[in-house]
Write a protein that binds this ligand. Structure first.
Ligand code: GRF
Length: 215
């Protein structure tokens, strides 16, 4: 059984998608902890409702980022995780933290990296006039929103899209992308080779790319 810890700051829809996929597909894994960095994160409450152990490490209680990250790592490591999943965790993590979890720390970012790291990705994609946008699951490196790419989901940008419509189209695919990528990790099918990710034993039709299906 692989032990998964999820970190979040907000509504937690990706955490829920992972919890549902894990149960539905009977992964050899369980979510052993969900940790939030701010009180009032809806995702923490939703985790509690699912019966998952939910805890808060409030970043506002720490004067220095290093102290917060040390407390966070202690809370995480108490669960002895095989993998730590950032699911809408809105804090930049320092190098010692990232190093400690190297190779077992995943993030989802709402753009096709390396395009649009940082915030307001959907607005910036619209401003740039791209025809395709999406989301990326990657291993976390010491640079923000960078690191070996596990899988990507691509959606078309439509002529009448606004930020909310585009965000909703991307989020729908995030909810398939993150479980897919994490399932591969749980199955030990991801290999890091020279800073790139290889998916072992791909099944027929299985690729590291999800497309938006036109309806
Ligand atoms: C998602 O768009 C994710 O890509 C980004 O933050 C958002 C989190 O949403 N990192 P949720 O909390 O999982 O609903």
């Amino acid at each position: 059984m692989k032990r998964i810890v999820v970190l979040l700051s907000g509504r937690g829809s990706n955490m829920l998608a992972i919890a549902e996929a894990l149960r539905r597909e009977r992964w050899p894994a369980s979510i052993v902890g969900v940790i939030g960095d701010r009180p009032g994160a809806a995702g923490l409450q939703r985790a509690g409702e699912l019966g998952l152990p939910a805890a808060l490490v409030d970043f506002r209680g720490f004067a220095r980022r290093e102290d917060f990250e040390r407390a966070l790592a202690e809370a995480i490591d108490a669960h002895e995780p095989d993998v730590v999943v950032l699911a809408g965790f809105m804090r930049v993590l320092g190098a010692p933290f990232v190093e400690h979890y190297r190779g077992r720390l995943l993030n989802i970012h709402p753009s096709l990296l390396p395009a649009f790291p940082g915030l307001a990705t959907h607005r910036r994609a619209l401003q740039a006039g791209v025809a395709v946008h999406g989301a990326t699951v990657h291993f976390v490196g010491t640079e923000v929103d960078a690191g070996p790419i596990v899988a990507q989901a691509a959606v078309p940008v439509l002529a009448d899209d606004d930020e909310a419509a585009l965000a909703a189209r991307v989020l729908e695919l995030e909810h398939r992308l993150y479980p897919m990528a994490l399932h591969w990790f749980v199955e030990d099918r991801l290999r890091l080779e020279g800073g790139r990710v290889r998916l072992l034993d791909p099944r027929p039709g299985e690729t590291r790319l999800l497309w938006h299906e036109a309806r």
